[in-house]
Design a protein around this ligand. Structure first.
Ligand SMILES: *Cc1c(COP(=O)(O)O)cnc(C)c1O
Length: 478
């Protein structure tokens, strides 16, 4: 197409008004409203104009009607993309338990109820019902955290990155922080220990080697400017082989001899021992406190299975100093977070966490239970769709993933439903599942789409079954 052809075509481009009168626009009007519809229509015609000018639209010549139709298609797809981008529930069939892209931990029933019933209307956030006076925000959650970890006191902020930034700012701004070279890690989602340190105004004193650091390395680095010894759990990263690092008790002793603090950032951390499920090197918060750490930070939405939050536990004087710092006011959390955390932590207090917290239920689901679930599921699917399909379902062995930067070496054994189509790629099948309602998110391995029921709750199985039945019907080619 030459330039004058382009100009000719552009003259036939529908006006916004013409597009707004189209049938597609009419269908979208109700859900989005007239004002936003106009914005979408402008985006659609702009896109079409650009395609014509850049020659990226396949067709050579368009009539006025065809251009209007084309603009209508663009309008529809722009609207669909917008719909998909809205926050919505998805079915996580990936087998990645703490899936950061899918919102990390799914909430317990109790936590979901607490969000709505306890915190979505007026509530006693900073009001003491017993005395009728002003109360301490978050007091109940702080007490729960202290009880569960054996710490004297606790505080909650927006996330663990905020917690680390806050602790370093309050106690080490302008001073030195000693850390092992093996712990200068980056955790997914742009949390880099050296960067957080720099932002907080603390000066980094790296000691030891990447694989081995001794207590004497720390000892030699202590001077009159040292404020903190920082221990960071490497989370998503492991050095194996010839390694060594002093434990929390040794570091605490050194810190206290020198009148400085020991701060441990455990990232995920565990509220109780998970070694039975292979999580042998996930620090238990209570152990760190007992071993003498002055302050410990961890995420509320990793292994604790709650909402996004940075949980800070430690000695009373340390926590009170943080609470009084103006930065705490900027990083504090909302009533919704306290409500969900309170309900989550209560499951740990009552020792019903294994039954109630989805992350823990998924983690502890036995191989036999998963196999049984997937067999029943596949049986129902076969019954509904019949044999001899081009879409084949096969039961295979595989692994789930803990995720969320926790325990990268632990991959619980699972049984999977593997989908393979005679004429369609796995990527194509995966996309169709992703676009179903609710979206089903699955993994691809060796040109098969894998469904792992470990991360699908039992009350979602019917919807998943429906999506697979629809997929079977949609992908039938004869
Ligand atoms: C995950 C993690 C963080 C960041 O936690 P967020 O809650 O995502 O901010 C910080 N430190 C460690 C060691 C982590 O594992």
């Amino acid at each position: 197409m030459n330039e004058s052809d382009d100009r000719q075509t552009l003259r036939l481009l529908p006006s916004i008004d013409a597009l707004l009168r189209s049938e597609t626009a009419n269908e979208i009007l109700q859900p989005v409203g007239a004002k936003h519809l106009t914005i979408l229509a402008r985006t659609a015609t702009d896109l079409l104009r650009r395609e014509i000018l850049e020659g990226t639209n396949n067709r050579e010549n368009y009539s006025r009607e065809e251009l209007l139709k084309e603009a209508g298609k663009h309008l529809e797809s722009i609207w669909l993309i917008e719909q998909n981008s809205k926050l919505q529930r998805v079915i996580n069939a990936t087998g990645v338990i703490v899936h950061t892209n899918l919102g990390r931990a799914p909430l317990s029933e109790n936590a979901r109820r607490a969000l709505v019933e306890n915190a979505s209307r007026y509530c006693n956030l900073e009001y003491d019902i017993t005395t009728g006076k002003r109360g301490r925000r978050g007091a109940s959650v702080e007490n729960l955290l202290a009880e569960l970890t054996g710490a004297e006191s606790a505080l909650v902020v927006n996330n663990c990155a905020a917690a680390a930034f806050l602790v370093l700012t309050v106690f080490a701004k302008g001073g030195e922080v000693i850390i092992s070279r093996g712990e200068l890690v980056e955790i997914g989602g742009d949390f880099r220990v050296p960067d957080v340190m720099e932002q907080s105004g603390a000066i980094l004193r790296e000691v030891g080697a990447t694989n081995r650091t001794r207590i004497s390395d720390y000892e030699k680095a202590v001077n009159e400017n040292t404020c903190l010894i920082l221990k960071v759990h490497p989370s998503n990263y492991r050095i194996v082989g010839f390694t060594a690092a002093p434990n929390v008790a040794e570091l605490a002793e050194l810190a206290h001899e020198n009148d400085i603090l020991l701060y441990e950032d455990v990232g995920s951390g565990a509220l109780f021992d998970l070694s039975k499920y292979g999580l042998t090197d996930e620090p238990i918060i209570a152990d760190s406190i007992k071993a003498g750490a002055d302050v410990v930070t961890f995420s509320g939405d990793k292994l604790p299975g709650g909402v996004q939050s940075g949980l800070i536990v430690g000695r009373q004087a340390v926590i009170e100093k943080i609470r009084k710092h103006p930065l705490y006011r900027a990083l504090r959390v909302d009533k919704l977070i306290y409500a969900a955390l309170e309900a989550t932590l209560e499951s740990f207090q009552k020792e019903t966490a294994w039954q109630e917290i989805p992350v823990l239920k998924m983690l502890s689901m036995s191989e036999a239970k998963i196999r049984e679930r997937i067999k029943k599921f596949a049986h129902k699917l076969k019954k509904k769709t019949g044999e001899n399909q081009e879409l084949k379902f096969e039961i295979i062995e595989g692994n789930s993933v803990i995720g969320g930067g926790s325990a990268p070496m632990v991959q619980p054994i699972t049984t999977l439903l593997a989908l393979k189509h005679a004429k369609m790629s796995a990527a194509n099948l995966e996309q169709k599942l992703r676009l179903s309602k609710p979206p089903v998110i699955a993994r691809i391995l060796e040109d098969k789409v894998l469904i792992d029921l470990r991360t699908v709750s039992e009350d979602e199985e019917a919807e998943l079954l429906d999506s697979l039945i629809k997929l079977t019907a949609e992908t039938r080619t004869n």
